[in-house]
Design a binder for this molecule. Structure first.
Ligand code: SDX
Length: 428
């Protein structure tokens, strides 16, 4: 029996249909609210209570710390899958067979050249440019070199655009890193796996062979899986709304990169390390920084803590925390900021301010410690997040286009001046 919600306003009752998802989530369908009420809309800054779409890609339960991609638990995928398999799963909805993943990878390899003229755009950036700004620019520049990837309406044309961006983005990310470090730009080796080739493009020295460290490869592959999608987060919602104007996949991804850059979102992984380094430089006094985080007059927030959805724990943070221990031990690295991180986490989990507000470590709290151990510089941490989130952005954009969703255009409640007449300057 379909559920109905009843709204009463100014003595009138309105019946609103209720949508029930496969995990029993309920959404009041307000598609016709403004029409039926002759102008009334809902108001929800930050969309904390608003569902933007029906999606079959990722399921989160923030109270129970559940995260699943297409029904598979993040714990199983992080343990048993590889990143390219997860890309395929998120985008096409099923785990690939051997033949399917082979074709997918070969189609990606076939597109892994980036026009040499893109290097001229990269050359225009100062070495100090933040990688996220460079990557957002280079990703939008790809449109000019791949015009056929813009107006894609058929599944076949979408597929071509999808394998192109999956092929070219890792090259752009590696080139962005190498440009900052003064290394010649490298194409890697297409006979390698997707993530292994990315590592080679990043770290191969021009005067020597690059030998893959299996621990580093496994750790990065797992991190990318953990970052691959997260339903309607800020950057994914940006990709969907830009894509809803049919602006094309590449420019929608470019917009998603821009949104992810923010320190309240993907930029937090860089901000966490900078915070931990500041605590270390300040003598390791975590209590001082906890006090700052709780002080309403202080804009400082405990980076890597809190989440819009997870109100018990972020399942990704639990997996990454264990992986951080394993990677540091396996690589024989002592990193005292890991100790500071653990001390900070212990304190926060016992502090009423954080407990009352259900603030727990999120995906960004420990990921930077692993990236550091893998030799990735802090400015590239959010670029790593973007590489991981790329398949999620693609999957969500493809779902939005295949569902033929309308252009995103929220309403507002106007609170400005009412009608007034123009006053000539001599009378103001
Ligand atoms: C990601 O949405 C996703 O799924 C995102 C993500 C993904 O995979 O795409 O999971 C990735 O973005 C993780 C979040 C990374 N950001 C950070 O670590 C930055 C620090 N965290 C906060 O800025 C904050 O927790 C947010 C932005 C993550 C969530 O903010 P909300 O849901 O809007 O919560 P809020 O700002 O309304 O905070 C509620 C209360 C407030 O206090 P009161 O006004 O009730 O007194 O909690 C406080 C906040 O001041 N608070 C914090 C805090 N986070 C929230 N206080 C101190 N330190 C913090 N980190």
């Amino acid at each position: 029996m379909a559920k109905i919600a009843t709204l009463e306003l100014d003595g009138k009752k309105y019946e609103l249909p209720v949508v029930e998802g496969t995990e029993n989530e309920l959404g009041i369908d307000i598609k016709n609210l403004r029409l039926d009420t002759k102008g009334v809309v809902t108001l929800d800054p930050g969309y904390k209570n608003t569902g933007a779409c029906e999606s079959a890609i990722t399921f989160l339960n923030g109270e129970k710390g559940v995260l699943r991609y297409r029904g598979y638990s993040i714990e199983e995928l992080a343990e048993k899958a590889n990143f390219l398999e997860v890309c395929y799963l998120l985008i096409f909805g099923e785990l690939p067979t051997t033949d399917q993943i082979k074709k997918f990878h070969n189609d990606i390899r076939a597109q892994s050249q980036v026009d040499e003229d893109v290097k001229k755009i990269l050359d225009g950036f100062p070495k100090s440019a933040h990688p996220m700004g460079v990557l957002s620019s280079l990703t939008s520049a790809l449109v000019a070199f791949n015009p056929s990837s813009v107006n894609v309406d058929s599944e076949e044309d979408m597929y071509k655009a999808i394998v192109k961006i999956l092929a070219k983005f890792p090259v752009l990310a590696a080139w962005t890193y190498r440009k900052r470090t003064g290394l010649p730009l490298d194409y890697g080796d297409d006979t390698l796996g997707y993530v292994e080739n990315f590592l080679k493009m990043m770290f191969r020295k021009p005067n020597g062979e690059y030998k893959t460290n299996q621990t580093v490869l496994n750790a990065l592959d797992k991190l990318l899986i953990l970052h691959a999608d997260h339903e309607q987060n800020c950057s994914t919602s940006t990709v969907r709304i830009v894509g809803s104007s049919h602006a094309g996949l590449f420019i929608s991804i470019s917009a998603g990169i821009a949104a992810l850059w923010g320190p309240l979102h993907g930029g937090a992984n860089q901000a966490v390390i900078e915070m931990l380094e500041a605590i270390k430089a300040d003598g390791g006094d975590t209590k001082k920084f906890m006090a700052k985080a709780k002080d309403k007059d202080d804009p400082f927030r405990l980076m890597g803590f809190g989440h819009r959805v997870y109100k018990n724990f972020d399942p990704r943070a639990k997996i990454i925390k264990k992986a951080a221990d394993d990677v540091l031990e396996s690589l024989g690295i002592e990193d005292d900021i890991l100790d500071i991180a653990k001390a900070l986490e212990k304190e926060a989990l016992e502090d009423p301010y954080f407990v009352d507000r259900k603030l727990y470590p999120n995906v960004d709290f420990y990921s930077g410690i692993i990236y550091r151990a893998l030799g990735i510089p802090v400015e590239m941490f959010t670029a790593m997040f973007a590489l991981g989130r790329l398949p999620g952005w693609i999957a969500q954009w493809r779902e939005m286009r295949l569902n033929k969703e309308p252009i995103g255009r929220p309403r507002q409640i106007y609170v400005g001046e009412t009608l007034r007449e123009f006053v000539p300057v001599e009378k103001r």
